[in-house]
Ligand binder design. Structure first.
Ligand code: DAH
Length: 356
C-alpha cells in the first residue's frame, strides 16, 4: 500500500490501534487532570509516542521518512483532540463554578436565634434589682457550712426539733451543705455588725426530690438591722417587693408562723396568681400561695454575737427562687429549670411552660 495515500493515523496495525486508543481516552477524559495524565502517557518525556519518535533515528533512512510522517501525523491528530477536549472541559468547569456560586434568592433566610437569660437568672436579677433599689447590698456566704452558722447561732441548738425539719447533707469533717441562706445573716452580723442591709442569693441543699423539690435550689435571704426597724417596715418592704416582682397589685397577707431565728415570725402569702384568689388546684382551693418566710430578728441571735438588742432591731426574710419563678412564669415542674430543654428555655416569659 502506498503510504502517501493513507491518513496520518490510518494504520490498521496493532501499533495504530494502540495509538488510537489514546484518542479515545482523550475524548473520554472527565477532568483536566485525567486529560493531562493521558497526554503524559503518550507525549511526556517517557511517553509512548515520544519514545517511538526518538527511536526513528535508529531506522534506515528509507523507512525513517514514511514512519516519521505517520507518527507525526498521529501526533498532530492527538494534539488537536487534546486541545478540543481541554476547551470543552474548561468550559464545563467554569459553568459548574458559576452554577455553584449562584445564589438562590428563593431560599428562606437562615435567621438568627437569639440566646436568652435562664428564667432563674432572670428572677434572681429582678430580685437583686428590687432590693438594691431599697438599699440592700448583695453579700455571699459559703455553701459548705458548719453547724454553728447553719443551726446553732440561728437559735437552733443540737436537740432542737427544727434540725429534723431540714434533711441535711453532711460532709466529712463535721460540716454540711447549707440547708438555707440564713447562716449568711450570722456571717454578716459577725463581719459588719449593725447597721446593715444585706441580701444573699445562693444555692442551698436538702435531701428532697419531686415535682416541686430539688436537692439543690436557690434562696434569697434579706437582713436589715438598724435602730427602729419594725414589723411595719417589714410589711411595707415585702408587700412592695412582691408586687414589683409579680408586676401586679397582688394582695399580700402576713400569717403568724414560727421560725427559731425570728420573733414574731410570719409566712407571707400572695393572692393566687393562677385563679386570682378564687381557689384552684395550685392554691388547693385557698386562694393564697405561700411565697416566703420572715420576721423580726430574735434577740437571742444578737446576744450570742454581743449586739445590744435594746438598741438594734432587725427584719429578716427568706424565699425560694425556684418556687417564686414557678409561680410567676407558670412552670409546672421544678426539674424544667435543670433539664436544659431548649423548648422550655426558648419559651418567652409569661407563656405557659406546661409543655408536655
Ligand atoms: N431559712 C428559712 C427556710 O429555709 C426561711 C426563712 C424564714 C428565712 C424566715 C428568714 C426568715 O430570714 O426570717 O425555710
Amino acid at each position: 500500500m502506498d503510504t502517501r495515500t493513507r491518513g496520518p493515523s490510518d494504520d490498521g496495525g496493532i501499533e495504530g490501534e494502540e495509538l488510537r486508543s489514546f484518542l479515545e481516552r482523550v475524548r473520554a477524559a472527565l477532568s483536566l487532570e485525567d486529560l493531562e495524565s493521558v497526554r503524559v502517557a503518550l507525549l511526556g518525556r517517557r511517553g509512548l509516542l515520544s519514545e517511538k519518535l526518538r527511536a526513528l533515528g535508529a531506522l534506515p533512512p528509507s523507512e525513517r521518512a514514511a514512519r516519521g510522517e505517520r507518527l507525526n501525523g498521529f501526533r498532530r491528530e492527538f494534539e488537536s483532540a487534546l486541545a478540543d477536549r481541554r476547551r470543552a472541559l474548561e468550559e464545563s468547569a467554569s459553568e459548574g463554578r458559576l452554577r455553584a456560586a449562584a445564589v438562590d434568592v428563593t431560599l428562606p433566610g437562615r435567621g438568627r436565634r437569639p440566646g436568652s437569660v435562664h428564667p432563674l437568672s432572670r428572677a434572681i436579677d429582678d430580685i437583686l434589682r428590687i432590693f438594691q433599689a431599697r438599699g440592700f447590698v448583695p453579700v455571699d456566704g459559703p455553701e459548705i457550712e458548719d453547724e454553728e452558722h447553719n443551726f446553732t447561732a440561728l437559735n437552733i441548738p443540737p436537740e432542737h426539733p427544727a434540725r429534723a425539719l431540714h434533711d441535711t447533707f453532711y460532709v466529712p469533717g463535721g460540716r454540711l451543705l447549707r440547708t438555707h441562706t440564713s447562716p449568711v445573716q450570722i456571717r454578716s452580723l459577725e463581719d459588719e455588725g449593725p447597721p446593715l442591709r444585706v441580701l444573699a442569693v445562693g444555692r442551698v441543699y436538702r435531701r428532697d426530690a419531686d415535682v416541686t423539690h430539688m436537692p439543690m435550689f436557690h434562696q434569697v435571704e434579706g437582713l436589715w438591722v438598724d435602730e427602729g426597724v419594725s414589723f411595719a417596715v417589714l410589711k411595707g418592704l415585702l408587700t412592695d417587693a412582691l408586687q414589683e416582682f409579680f408586676a401586679r397589685e397582688l394582695p399580700v397577707r402576713f400569717r403568724p408562723s414560727y421560725f427559731p431565728f425570728t420573733e414574731p415570725s410570719a409566712e407571707v402569702d400572695v393572692g393566687c396568681v393562677f385563679c386570682d384568689g378564687k381557689g384552684c388546684r395550685v392554691c388547693k382551693g385557698s386562694g393564697w400561695l405561700e411565697v416566703l418566710g420572715s420576721g423580726l430578728v430574735h434577740p437571742a441571735l444578737y446576744r450570742r454575737l454581743g449586739i445590744d438588742p435594746a438598741r438594734w432591731s432587725g427584719l429578716a426574710f427568706g424565699l425560694g427562687v425556684e418556687r417564686l419563678t414557678m409561680l410567676r412564669d407558670r412552670v409546672s415542674d421544678i426539674r424544667y429549670f435543670y433539664d436544659n430543654d431548649l423548648r422550655f428555655l426558648r419559651s418567652p416569659r409569661g407563656e405557659s411552660y406546661v409543655c408536655d
